[in-house]
Design a binder for this molecule. Structure first.
Ligand code: ROI
Length: 172
């Protein structure tokens, strides 16, 4: 695990994906960025562009998503970061009913330092990130192309294998 120490606290770099396809996705993502940044145990380092993306999986006919990604530094452990992100999702009225159904706000931990974790609550790296252009295209805005994605290859290597059709830059 690579960590940096500032005044005693251990700071780990992590990447988080954001998604929304209900109730004004631009507003959902912009306020989520502000709320993540407000956490005293999180420093938001960079956020990506916003992308309009065709839904992958889930029920037919759901609206397009707005996706983004952030690079942050945190002293929170992975479960504590997950709790913090879920509290923001809940404040945005996220209801977990239909699996892969439409949602006001989805915040997923993609990577946490070079940690590999597989528990009932949390799998890091995110288990499907390597096959999702709607995750990797925004991630490339905030992460280097050589970033390793578990044992699946580098970010640029994976992007070269995926169709990015259906992922288009979106001004909010
Ligand atoms: N599809 C897109 N394009 N963007 C998402 O954020 C997204 N999230 C999901 C599923 C339903 C798998 N599909 C998605 O959870």
């Amino acid at each position: 695990m690579s960590v940096t120490s500032f005044g005693g606290a251990e700071w780990v770099e992590a990447y988080v994906a954001l998604g929304s396809n209900l109730e004004n996705p631009c507003m959902q993502l912009q306020s989520a960025l502000a709320e993540i940044a407000q956490n005293p145990a999180i420093v938001l380092l960079k956020h990506s562009n916003f992308y309009d993306t065709t839904p992958v999986g889930g029920p037919a006919g759901q609206p397009n998503y707005l996706n983004a990604a952030v690079k942050l530094r945190t002293t929170l452990t992975p479960p504590a970061l997950l709790n913090a992100l879920q509290a923001i999702e809940e404040a945005h009225g996220r209801v977990r009913d239909v699996r892969w159904g439409p949602r006001t706000l989805d915040l997923d931990i993609l990577l946490y330092g070079d940690l590999v974790l597989d528990t009932a609550e949390l799998t890091i790296p995110h288990p499907r990130m390597h096959e999702r252009a709607f995750v990797l295209v925004p991630l490339r805005d905030v992460a280097p192309g050589q970033l390793p994605i578990s044992d699946k290859g580098t970010l640029d290597g994976l992007l070269a294998t995926l169709s990015t059709e259906g992922v288009t830059h979106h001004e909010c």
